[in-house]
Design a protein around this ligand. Structure first.
Ligand code: ATP
Ligand code: MG
Length: 199
């Protein structure tokens, strides 16, 4: 099998998705898309695990979250100072990161390891924009959430966007070892579409 077909990525159905009964829907959409489930479990993460998933030490990530947040305030003509005072993008990112940690530990998550061609990009395309208000209809976030940073930040909480998906190969590798032990991975089976699509 071509190496490209073996790309793996991590999807987490976050506590909002699990509590709204959307875990099956999420799994089903990725299954139907053609990605193969090679590990699946329910986990209630503790703060230590959550802090590894959302690492505050990654200054670049914190800045990016802060910048995206500020951009949405600008788009809607809202003043970020109301929620964040004089904070820099970096510090806003760190604050949002804390809300993310609180949220992801607020209930169980369903962790899924998916394998297949361009798994990372295909999953992100079906997930839709991180911020549901901008997510296209047909995507998971667009179909099942209407949340936005403006709504979330007024309540000092994370944006409810149903799922997390690894952003790039480096993140996928890191998250795979964080959420799964290799003994939990079952990839030695064939889906029928492997034959129909790729042989
Ligand atoms: P993900 O990794 O979840 O697919 P992403 O990498 O596209 O998303 P980031 O900007 O890294 O997005 O944000 C990580 C998570 O932080 C988002 O999934 C969302 O739940 C939450 N989030 C992002 N911006 C805000 C915000 N301004 N307020 C609250 N929560 C936010
Ligand atoms: Mg991310």
């Amino acid at each position: 099998m071509n190496d490209l077909q073996k790309e793996t990525t991590v999807v987490l159905v976050k506590p909002d998705g699990v509590k709204r009964g959307l875990a099956g829907e999420v799994i089903s959409r990725f299954e139907k898309m053609g990605l193969k489930i090679i590990a699946l479990k329910m986990v209630w993460a503790d703060k230590e695990m959550a802090a590894k998933h959302y690492p505050e030490s990654r200054a670049d990530l914190m800045k990016a979250i802060g910048e995206k947040t500020l951009a949405t305030y600008e788009k809607y003509g809202r003043d970020p100072k109301e929620e964040f005072g004089e904070l820099s993008a970096q510090k806003i990112g760190r604050m949002v990161n804390k809300w993310n940690i609180d949220f992801i530990t607020s209930g169980p998550v369903v962790a899924i390891l998916l394998e297949g061609a361009h798994a990372i990009d295909n999953v992100r395309a079906l997930a839709g924009n991180t911020l549901p208000v901008f997510a296209a209809p047909g995507t998971i976030r667009g179909d099942f959430s209407i949340d936005s940073p403006a709504l979330a930040n007024a309540k000092h909480r994370a944006v409810r966007n149903i799922i997390h998906a690894s952003g790039n190969p480096e993140e996928a590798k890191y998250e795979r070892q964080l959420w799964f032990r290799e003994g939990e991975v079952v990839d030695n089976y064939k889906r029928t579409d492997e034959e129909i699509m790729f042989e």
